[in-house]
Design a protein around this ligand. Structure first.
Ligand code: GRF
Length: 197
């Protein structure tokens, strides 16, 4: 059965584009909505250009009241009745209340080999640690930041001359392969982990 997918982002949306491009043919996932907390997110125009409905729910009017923001977010998402939420560079920490509403139906991509380097600046931290490899992880979202059951990981080498920027670019290419592969499987009800390459 077709699974309607809402993608949440805050930035340029390259992962979102990779997901949209993958949702064709025998993939059970189909795009329903791309939503941002920022009206100036580059990803919104890319989604609109692909004929996908877009929405903005700005977090700023809600100030410290995360619950009120998330109620508005949830209500807007529900107008599209998605089955699955994909977080793709959505830069708001979600509270337990919101996560509970989407438990088992919300997935995220994080640019590190979790459980290493939860949070920000993952590439600089991998370089500082002298790691030989880096990568990305897709996981189910639980209330703990960048945690939850792993659905897939992709690994890339770290090169001697890498900077955080060159490493981020290499990991991003892997993200664009991993996230669509995991979503396709997840939409089919299969939570077997994917490991790339
Ligand atoms: C990606 O690195 C993703 O792993 C992280 O945020 C970034 C989003 O990039 N969560 P983009 O907007 O998909 O290009």
């Amino acid at each position: 059965m077709t699974q309607k997918v809402a993608i949440l982002l805050s930035g340029g949306g390259s992962n979102m584009v990779a997901l949209l491009d993958s949702m064709t043919g025998d993939n059970l996932a189909r795009p329903a909505l791309v939503l941002s907390n920022r009206a100036d997110a580059g990803g919104l125009a890319k989604a609109a250009a692909r004929g996908v409905p877009t929405e903005v729910v700005d977090h700023r009017p809600y100030g410290e009241d995360r619950g009120a923001f998330e109620d508005a977010l949830h209500a807007r998402i529900m107008e599209y009745a998605p089955d699955i939420i994909c977080l793709a560079g959505f830069m708001r920490v979600l509270t337990e209340g919101f996560v509970a509403r989407w438990q088992g139906r919300m997935i995220n991509i994080h640019p590190s080999l979790l459980p290493k380097y939860r949070g920000l600046h993952t590439h600089a931290r991998a370089l500082d640690a002298g790691d030989a490899e880096a990568g990305c992880t897709v996981h189910e979202v639980t209330a703990a930041l960048d945690d939850g059951p792993l659905l897939g990981q992709a690994r890339v080498p770290i090169l001697a001359e890498d900077t955080p920027e060159t490493l981020a670019a290499r990991v991003l290419v892997a993200e664009h392969q991993l996230y669509p592969a995991v979503l396709r499987r997840f939409a089919a009800g299969d939570r077997t982990q994917i490991h790339l390459p």
